[in-house]
Design a protein around this ligand. Structure first.
Ligand code: G6P
Length: 568
């Protein structure tokens, strides 16, 4: 979703800002813009569509300066037009700003302060408010305006009367500052700093920053404060070998698993966190929610009630976990708004499983297990999902005092990906109107995740159904235009699964079996039953990617979706 980048230093800001925005593109957006200060004047360029459109215009222009702010916008209030893109200005043109988050009371503020606006964006209200406030210092204007805002915001502001200074403000939406060799960098996503700096500052709620060339000052609501830096995580480098990030990221799974397993040694004391726990809640969204479903299978031996919850539902449910509950939050990005809302609701033991250090979820949870999947940029989560499952498996081994067999997992994953023969199947998938994934137990979770992968990047209408539920309704959909992919990895259930195949074929549907057991159309890795669920998704990640590419789409940037859903 929306991204902020800023630069003030020795070099040409426009190149830095475009590079920064390119690094934020993976989050999903529909328009972009920059404000650059040149000889004391602020120049704004905004474009609907991709950053490359903005880049072309900016690079051809005479705009040059050493200070600027930039934004990628994912439309929430108002269409994704050039007008609604950030930066926004006030009507007197005294300042411009970029904003991540949502101002919930913007309509109330608009009428209370009699503000007129030219766009449909909630952000413009912030610009109007700041400019209306009668204070001498620009920082105080921002502070006073922020007091009136309800909702979430990360703001970067440039004032016309103080053009070589960038102000920041933060509540709920992330914003960070890094001091590089050639200037100060600002970003809403620490990944975008990697090239320029080794450490960075993270603003907390209700903190502000005043940044000028090589000078960063931090403030809370009352006074100037000192802040400590955080290290920028330079994970092992993953080369880009394929045309698309998603292809690269699937192929990085063996290394991501290995690094995650090795790093897990740092979290062994988590064992005691499970002492005296009487209920476990596993909470996440999208793919991370599917990890929770499989996580439950790994933890069932504990014999305590385990609940799996979709964060966007759980945040509004009447259930409040009791004091002795353990809530485990799974989130690749650590920034998903619904998951963060659940963390805040749970006043018990809280544990994050995430891929991003220093993310909002890690700050809000009492304990964190960090994965080492490396930067995942393609919208469809792949290697991070496998690593989330691995973490649950490693927790199970830790609690049961079993030696984890992760080396076997890594080598099997490597072998499987080398063989990759999903191309033929993907061609066949294109012949069907409807696709269904079915399975039982762990395989049903894989079916759900497979269906999500295929629909999110190839836009094919597909669903997942537990094999045993087919005849309670879903079988009505089966006809000659239907392909059912039956996932079957459990010896004890294989014959039952084959009955489902017959039921489908008797209705003229086509059924491909995906299995590690007998001769099957889609071969799954040959692994023991506790490890296989971590990798049984591989052929379907590859399948989704192939189908998407052969339909002429870009798997890294599916329509209507965003990598990091930072607003509700
Ligand atoms: C979005 C992404 C999904 C992801 C989900 C949860 O929907 O497109 O790939 O699974 O958010 O994200 P998280 O970062 O919390 O795992």
């Amino acid at each position: 979703m929306c991204g902020i980048f800023g630069y003030i230093g020795k070099n040409n800001a426009k190149e830095k800002l475009i590079e920064g925005l390119e690094n934020l593109e993976y989050r999903g957006y529909d328009s972009s813009g920059v404000a650059i200060v040149q000889n004391g004047q602020v120049h704004i360029v905004k474009k609907a569509g991709k950053v490359c459109v903005l880049k072309d215009e900016l690079m051809d222009s005479d705009i040059n300066g050493n200070c600027g702010i930039a934004h990628t916008r994912w439309a929430t209030h108002g269409l994704p037009t050039q007008l609604n893109a950030h930066p926004h200005t006030d009507s007197k043109n005294t300042l411009c700003l970029v904003h991540n988050g949502i101002i919930e009371n913007y309509l109330e503020l608009k009428s209370e302060y009699n503000l007129t606006t030219k766009t449909q964006s909630d952000t413009e209200i912030i610009a109007e408010l700041i400019s209306k406030i009668d204070e001498k210092k620009n920082l105080d204007k921002i502070k006073k305006a922020c007091n009136l805002l309800k909702g979430s915001y990360a703001l970067a502001v440039i004032f016309k009367d103080e053009p070589e200074t960038i102000y920041l403000a933060k509540k709920e939406s992330p914003i960070m500052v890094a001091l590089g060799n050639d200037g100060v960098y600002i970003s809403s996503d620490a990944n975008a700093f990697k090239k320029y700096a080794n450490n960075f500052y993270i603003l907390k709620n209700n903190e502000f920053a005043k940044i000028s060339n090589n000078n960063i000052e931090f403030y809370n609501k009352n006074k100037k404060i000192n802040k400590k830096t955080n290290n920028i995580e330079k994970t092992f480098s993953f080369e880009n070998k394929n045309k698309y990030l998603m292809q690269d990221e699937i192929m990085q799974t063996p290394d991501a698993l290995k690094e995650t397993a090795l790093y897990f040694d740092n979290f062994k004391n988590i064992k005691h966190y499970f002492d005296n726990v009487d209920k476990i809640y596993l909470i996440g969204c999208g793919t991370a929610y599917h990890s929770c479903l499989l996580g439950k299978k790994y933890l069932e031996f504990l014999n305590v009630p385990i609940f799996t919850e979709i964060a966007s539902e759980f945040r509004y449910s009447k259930i409040k976990p009791s004091k002795n509950s353990l809530c485990i939050f799974v989130s690749q990005s650590g920034e998903t708004a619904d998951t963060i809302a659940c963390v805040k609701k749970c006043k018990c033991k809280t544990l994050a499983i995430t891929n991003v250090p220093n993310s909002s979820i890690t700050f809000n949870c009492k304990k964190t297990i960090l994965m080492k999947a490396g930067w995942e940029r393609a919208v469809a989560s792949t290697k991070a999902y496998c690593c989330q499952l691995l973490v649950f498996y490693l927790i199970k081994c830790l609690l049961k005092n079993e030696k984890p067999k992760w080396k076997q997992l890594v080598s099997s994953c490597r072998k499987y990906l080398k063989k990759n023969n999903i191309k033929d199947i993907s061609k066949k998938v294109l012949n069907f109107e409807k696709i269904m994934f079915i399975g039982r137990q762990e395989d049903y979770v894989t079916a759900m995740e497979s269906s999500l992968k295929l629909k999110e990047i190839s836009y094919i209408n597909c669903i997942a159904c537990p094999s045993g539920e087919l005849k309670h309704g879903t079988l009505a959909l089966v006809d000659e235009n239907t392909l059912v992919i039956l996932i079957s990895t459990k010896h004890s259930l294989h014959n039952k699964n084959l009955l489902s195949k017959q039921e489908i074929e008797a209705r003229m549907g086509c059924c491909f079996v995906a299995s590690n057991i007998a001769d099957s159309k889609i071969e799954l890795p040959n692994l023991s039953s506790d490890l296989l669920p971590i990798l049984s998704i591989l052929p379907f990640q590859l399948l989704a990617c192939e189908v998407c590419i052969s339909k002429g789409y870009n798997p890294d940037k599916p329509r209507n979706l965003s990598k990091s859903v930072t607003v509700e």
